[in-house]
Design a protein around this ligand. Sequence first.
Ligand code: 26W
Length: 834
Amino acid sequence: MTKPADTKTRNNRPSGREPTRTGRGPEALRQAYLDNLFYVLGRFADIAGPHDRYQALAYTARDRVLQRAMRTQQAYKDSHARTLAYLSAEFLLGPHLGNALLSLGITEEAREALAGLGLSLDELLAEEEEPGLGNGGLGRLAACFMDSLATLGVPAIGYGIRYEFGIFDQAIRDGWQAELTDRWLRWGNPWELPRQRINFLVKLGGHTEPYTDEEERIRVRWVPGRQVRGIAHDTMIPGYGVGNANLLRLWSAEAPESFRFEAFNLGDYYGAVEENVFSENLTKVLYPNDEPAAGKRLRLEQQYFFVSCSLQDMIRIHRRVGSSLANFHEKWAVQLNDTHPAIGVAELMRLLIDEHALPWDEAWGITTRTFAYTNHTLLPEALERWPVSLFESVLPRHLEIIYEINRRFLEEVRLRYPGDGERLARLSLIDESGERYVRMAHLATVGGHAVNGVAALHSELLKQTVMRDFYELSPEKFHNVTNGVTPRRFVRLANPPLAALLDRVVGTGWTRDMATLKGLEPLADDPGFQAEWRAVKRAAKQALATRIARDCGCSVDPNSMFDVQVKRIHEYKRQHLNVLHLVSLYLRLKQDPNADLTPRTAIFAGKAAPGYFMAKLIIKLIHSVGEVVNADPTLAGRLRVVFLPDFNVKNAQPIYPAADLSEQISTAGLEASGTGNMKFTMNGALTIGTLDGANVEIRDAVGHENFFLFGLSAEEVRRAKAEGYRPWEIYQRNQHLKETLDLIASGHFSRGDPELFRPLVDGLLGHDPYLLLADFDAYLAAQGEVARAYLDPAHWTRMSILNTARSGRFSSDRSIGDYAERIWKVQPMPVSDG
Ligand code: 26W
């Protein structure tokens, strides 16, 4: 990482003297910190509080990122670069400060600068409230992609929603999840720049009326029921080891006239602000569901609001450099992060036809060459479809446009498949089967040039199941781009001891080129290196044990195997199968206290959607089993079950380095990819998992012998369901399974109350839609293998080193490279950081 010698720059300062404003040495940073404390926060150093100190350092880092962003934007503008717009309703960024210092290459300088003032960098880092503008996988993927786009120097803008309240904070009350409002903005946000002058009006509701314009053309006017104004808030996303910093533009809503004076004068004080309150509601809060689609009016309005602001902004930027809309698609590649922004297809058509008077065919040509769509889930309940009636009342003009898109599309289908009415009905953008719905995945597919899944298996299943008819119609549109995660946050920032060891062995290049980790392979059996490798893992486990003691009031042994499952709570992710294994271990220990059981600490974390009863009951089950197991002296600490509260990016970072075993046990065919699985592999954890999502590719990359596989494959799951799956029979003929389930049903873990977990047990014995019982024996057998392998440190460490060494392709840099080459056709434009 080169430190800029700060030669002649745009503001022509004399060369040589390091400017304090953006200097990167300890002295300049210390001065900038003190200046920000005084001039930005208006605080004297001796009375400043911990959060003031955090903010002062945040502004110091932010300024240096901003300097890069300004240079980057200028470079992109000057070269009229083809730009990617990543439209996502969620960006799960995580805390900025540590990542910014890392990307600027000034972490140690900042630490030294603060030490000179008797301050600890880690204390300031702990002060940051993370922007929780996402639920889970999809939102975090968007954040990893933003990091890789900047690091690879790809011209890109992330567009999303500036929720006033992000994902709820999770508290645990007597084993139950409680949701607390996420007031992340209460202390202000040094990382964003409000751009009042970049604002757009967005229409909602009302009706349409045709008219003839001055050139005798039939046009349509949309007379809205109400309007809101979208205001841009820019956050700069720094690249690592490069001068680029890209834009994340998030929109917040307010009333066109945030205060109506005339109403106030008439004494109608509420009337004066009513409209603003109404409008602000639009971006008030993130919907905390991931998977079941809420289908709420406000959700559709949120989606349309940010998409309309974003497309209007792209057209503004396009026309600012004098380009005509006719080549809009040559300058912009727009990626739809799932169907949440899919209304964009109809909105671009509306803007081109109604606002800019382009003829339909030209507008359609531009639109279909502009958009591409990523699908992140096969779960039927997660595929968004909006009632036509709701569409009618919120987006009447878009419904007309969607009808016309559909009419022309079905015309083509009819030509291709004459007389095949069923196929027509399956392909239609409108579900006519009962109440009429608009199928957003169909709109995104027909309205774009590419559709991709997020892992090889998922992309195959997409073509064979939910998108089968579209695949048969236009196979050339379908791609796979396997997910990835950024090694900056999830290795170098989260696991500095491992990073230092990697730097020493393979050089520092791995942070931008993870393929170089292959250089570790020759050392996989080297006793000296193995010892260092174990020491790194041991230190991380000790640190996590300290955190578990603080947050869960439970002491765990860092010598035990840390068996970790952290992700959103969902039945298809099968956290309750993990619990069945733990109850089976407990049973065995109770039946034979001298059983030679590998000491194990089971660590869970994850939020449940507030309305998802079974997920919340699973959280209670984990706490209830933990309460009994952790308090049982006969187990002598050989088994511990803990639940770490409030799983978010910040709390996740110390978990990946400390894991020995990564639980990726979803029902095969249901986890589109997974990304936690990749973070664990990079940090040397071994995976126990099903042949699902990216597990398949992780297993192929690290070597089948370095992965603990179990369970039915996606095809076997499909067949088991097709042939009639009867979990009750499995329960009847499997004694150990019966004992395990009966113990839970008996109330043994619920203070004697057999009713508490009845819904869960009955669900498993009755229907078990996620085939836990079918995979129970295979899972236990694989866990047995794990337990035996863990007792052979040389073998385990070898496997751990090889997992990290072969995790390179799961860097989000590789994913972005794939998208840029195969779908977006955008060229990197690195900007020097000098
Ligand atoms: C409408 C409610 C809603 C909200 C979010 C439906 C669906 C979603 C997301 C698609 C859910 C999600 O986060 N999916 C996850 O996306 C990750 C990134 O691609 C994958 O790695 C996970 O397997 C997938 O579950």
